[in-house]
Design a protein around this ligand. Structure first.
Ligand code: SAH
Length: 245
């Protein structure tokens, strides 16, 4: 087997000590130790040009807060990519921003397939717009809310990618059976005890009848998706005309 390069995240941040942070625990943490992925946390401040290590300045046109300087960030990006090998330049360069494409499982798969990514974590009021034009930056949002920095969005994207890498999850199929894998939300899960506070585990799940169980799970996944996420349900129905109503 050819030794493939592990999936590599390069995170540009003003808070490198936040990494690996929660990604050093549990599934992702074990996979990091095992070398199934690698992480480089780059301190943007190291690329400042003055002795005060300034990375931000006041917004042109006035208004509250500070804006991250394009020159400092561009140097941080260019030097990080120059030091990361030729493949890195072809991999996604992501700036986390509420204005970006909403992070979803399809994007997670794209970023995984690319073999790595460079992730820019904003702080303050964000970054100078010219930086986003001068480098091939893709903006990605965690959702319609405002965080104080991109680091938590970076945790979310990296965590979602890493759990899909080969050998990271216990059962390989847990990546194909879960929510969004087939355009549906997941069916309800149960475990022991069989009776709890007067509530029984659905009979069919105890039947040992694999086909009936699979049919029940699909029916429940469809019902939950139709109720909770009309947007996903519409897309699913359009893609699979056989599975209507
Ligand atoms: N002034 C900006 C918000 C800046 S918040 C605006 O109104 O759009 C500071 C940083 O947090 C941003 O630069 C971005 O990197 C990160 N951030 C905030 N909300 C985010 C979200 N929903 N998704 C991804 N990153 C976010």
């Amino acid at each position: 087997m050819a030794a493939a390069m592990p999936w590599n995240a390069r995170v540009l941040t003003l808070y490198p000590a936040m990494f690996p942070g929660p990604l050093g625990q549990s599934l992702a943490g074990r996979a990091l130790v095992e070398g199934r992925w690698s992480l480089t946390a780059v301190d943007i401040r190291d690329f400042a040009r003055d002795k005060h290590r300034t990375v931000d300045d006041t917004p042109c046109g006035g208004g509250p807060g500070m804006v991250m300087r394009p020159d400092v960030l561009a140097t941080a990006i260019d030097e990080t990519l120059a030091g990361a090998g030729s493949a890195a330049a072809e991999q996604p360069l992501i700036y986390f921003s509420p204005r970006g494409r909403r992070l979803d499982q399809a994007l997670v798969h794209e970023v995984k397939a690319a073999g790595g990514a460079t992730l820019i974590c904003g702080r303050f009021e964000g970054v100078d717009e010219r930086l986003l034009q001068a480098r091939p930056v893709v903006e990605v949002s965690l959702g319609d809310f405002v965080l104080s920095g991109g680091e938590i969005a970076a945790y979310a994207l990296i965590d979602a990618v890493v759990r899909l890498l080969p050998g990271v999850m216990g059962a390989e199929e847990s990546g194909t059976e879960e929510s969004f894998a087939d355009g549906l939300l997941e069916y309800p899960q149960y475990t022991r005890p069989q009776m709890w506070e007067g509530r029984a585990v659905p009979e069919v799940l105890l039947s040992g009848h694999h086909e009936r169980i699979a049919a029940w799970r699909r029916e429940m996944a469809e019902k939950i998706t139709a109720e909770r996420r009309p947007d996903l349900w519409e897309r699913y129905r359009r893609r699979k005309p056989a599975a209507k109503d």
